[in-house]
Design a protein around this ligand. Structure first.
Ligand code: SF4
Length: 63
């Protein structure tokens, strides 16, 4: 079981980068902001590099 991931919806600018990079992990919530729906959808290293480090407003966090 992978670590949980939390997206700060107040900070997310809906740029879609994390969703494009890791569609098996992130999707848009009904709010129009990104959410993590499956933290097991990719290796932790990929989530770190392609979502957490890549997010332009640094609003994706490990729980
Ligand atoms: S990369 Fe960051 S700002 Fe862009 S959609 Fe994902 S969480 Fe939101």
């Amino acid at each position: 079981m992978a670590r949980g991931i939390w997206v700060d919806e107040d900070e997310c600018i809906s740029c879609e980068l994390c969703i494009n990079n890791l569609p098996m992990v992130f999707r848009f919530a009904a709010s129009g902001k990104a959410e993590c729906y499956d933290p097991d959808g990719a290796p932790e290293e990929e989530i770190q590099a392609d979502a957490i480090d890549a997010c332009p407003v640094s609003c994706i966090h490990w729980k």
